[in-house]
Design a protein around this ligand. Structure first.
Ligand SMILES: *[C@@H]1O[C@H](CO)[C@@H](O)[C@H](O)[C@H]1NC(C)=O
Ligand SMILES: *[C@@H]1O[C@H](CO)[C@@H](O)[C@H](O)[C@H]1NC(C)=O
Ligand SMILES: *[C@@H]1O[C@H](CO)[C@@H](O)[C@H](O)[C@H]1NC(C)=O
Length: 513
């Protein structure tokens, strides 16, 4: 061994001197050639010098941003063709449902489904008895029999929906081609439950970030750590919805039957799908706006402190307290938020913080746009305001945590430790300014009868505010392609109304209590 080493070193050393000389000459020649190139082809902005320094694999559009939505594309593809940005018509939905309960659940789909503008199916376990509400709901299909997959055939049936959707669309495309009809290309398959509420424009904003020609699996795990430990952190919980890009759906469609045989012991359909995607080596791409809402009690704290990410879905609204006070049904309780989201989808539940100071008081104001405003009659920093108040418990054991995000305790007995809470009352376009801004109004939540009020001056001053009026510019959906940043705001108090004006922050602007 040692001997061989020495021999090699001697040989290598001998050749080494020559090698260095040759390398140096090549280097000098290359430098001269490069300088000559630069001299003869000066930088013309597109193909000149700068191209030498740019990563050859990149799209090269980095740093540019346009407020004009139509002006932004997904960038040049490998082939050089420019792809149109993903829109709703590139998405096919697959909703897992049961014929017998559809009438009770269909209100959720009707909230977000846009007949004629969206594609997809409700996948039923059997033929519906009555006439199908085709004017307001997605068309239905009856899933193929799945009982051969052993345990919990319904989970297998649901797990097959991605594959069934893919095959249904493939058949449609073959038929369209035969009949000479053309439809928009399918890029994504999006799954949801019959009680999932999607925010479709934000779903599009999220999917636009990813190259649909690659294999993607996009969604989010559960909020309750116990659920993720029991099932998986690496899985998109199905009720929150998840998206599979077309190439991934194509592979899944081929593999799914084998996977269902292998993973029939898993509890849920979502876990069976994840197990199959894992065989393909496709990991979950997490997006914070998909919400399984594996919570008990009042989801308020989470909805009032949403991460800086587009709100894509809500689920389990039948299992938590009504999210707006005074609503008769869980469905009615989510209507105001959905209504506001139609005016400015990208801003839904986005927080902004401002501080109002006056004689003897300091307030911290947090808006969760389209839903609620909280006024804390003391100074509270953004890093606290962005943490959800723990108004809820975990899904399985009804415990105080842990959750996959931080929470802060709510002192229900101490009136001096609670914010004043306002809920959305009205939302409209700001008529001046060409519909590019919105006005949302939030009314103070009625105090519980006999509830004690805090007697400190700052609280007494806050109790005079009955209404919060929020002015906000409409966000561009392409804002979500940029680095996420919370927006800034300013307040003005006029008697019983507190006005908030939300705006894009300045470059280094601080929000300091
Ligand atoms: C094919 O298209 C025709 C008309 O467009 C329609 O009547 C027929 O049901 C379609 N067949 C399938 C299998 O989708
Ligand atoms: C309000 O906050 C400012 C700055 O933090 C502080 O100087 C002032 O004393 C506070 N006023 C009250 C009434 O708490
Ligand atoms: C609000 O303005 C937008 C244009 O930005 C318009 O498309 C929409 O129909 C308006 N909505 C209402 C309820 O007036």
């Amino acid at each position: 061994m040692q001997k061989k080493w020495r021999v090699m070193r001697v040989g290598g050393g001998g050749g080494g001197g020559r090698c260095v000389a040759v390398s140096v000459s090549i280097l000098i020649a290359a430098t001269l050639a490069f300088l000559a190139y630069v001299a003869f082809f000066p930088d013309d902005g597109a193909g000149g010098l700068s191209r030498w320094w740019r990563c050859q694999g990149c799209a090269g559009s980095a740093g540019k941003f346009s407020f004009d939505e139509t002006g932004v594309t997904d960038g040049p593809t490998a082939g050089g063709a420019v792809r149109a940005p993903t829109t709703l018509s590139n998405i096919v939905f697959g909703i897992g449902a049961s014929a017998r309960t559809w009438d009770q659940r269909r209100g959720y789909a009707e909230l977000w489904w846009r007949p004629g503008q969206m594609r997809g199916h409700v996948w039923l376990d059997e033929q519906p008895v009555g006439p199908w509400p085709a004017a307001t709901c997605p068309p239905y299909r009856v899933s193929a029999e799945a009982s051969r997959f052993g345990n919990r055939a319904s989970a297998s049936r649901m797990a097959r929906i991605v594959a069934d959707s893919f095959l249904a669309i493939a058949a449609e495309i073959a038929n369209d081609t035969a009949s000479g009809e053309g439809r928009d290309e399918v890029r994504w398959f999006v799954m949801g439950d019959d009680d999932t509420v999607f925010f479709p424009d934000n779903l599009v904003a999220v999917l636009r970030k990813y190259d649909h020609e690659e294999m993607y699996y996009v969604g989010a795990p559960s909020e309750s750590v116990e659920q993720d430990v029991m099932h998986s952190y690496g899985m998109a919980f199905g009720g929150g919805g998840f998206a599979v890009s077309r190439p991934a759906a194509a592979e899944l469609a081929k593999a799914i039957n084998g996977c269902l045989d292998r993973y029939s012991h898993f509890y849920g359909s979502d876990q069976r799908v994840q197990a199959c995607l894992s065989e393909l080596g496709i990991p979950l791409t997490r997006e914070a706006g998909f919400h399984q809402v594996d919570l008990r009690g009042d989801a308020y704290g989470m909805l009032a402190a949403h991460p800086v990410a587009p709100l894509v879905s809500l689920h389990h609204l039948d299992h938590v307290e009504h999210i707006s006070p005074g609503a008769r049904t869980p469905l009615d309780a989510v209507r105001p938020l959905v209504g506001a989201s139609r005016l400015d989808p990208a801003r839904s539940l986005q927080q902004a913080f401002c501080y109002q100071r006056g004689p003897g008081y300091n307030w911290s104001v947090s808006v969760s746009w389209g839903y609620t405003v909280q006024v804390y009659p003391w100074a509270m920093a953004p890093h606290e305001l962005e943490v959800p108040l723990r108004t809820f418990r975990t899904w399985r054991s009804w415990a105080d945590g842990p959750f996959v995000f931080n929470t802060r305790p709510l002192s229900r007995d101490d009136a001096c430790a609670q914010p004043a809470v306002f809920f959305l009352r009205r939302a409209r376009n700001e008529t001046s300014g060409g519909g590019r801004a919105t006005v949302t109004e939030y009314a103070r939540r009625a105090a519980k009868p006999g509830a004690k009020e805090c007697d400190r001056p700052s609280f007494r001053a806050a109790s005079t505010v009955q209404m919060i009026r929020v002015f906000a510019p409409k966000m561009c959906p392409n804002d979500w392609k940029r680095a996420p940043r919370r927006q800034c705001c300013r307040t003005k108090k006029t008697r019983s109304v507190l006005e908030m004006r939300i705006r894009y922050c300045g470059r280094g602007e601080l929000t300091t209590p």
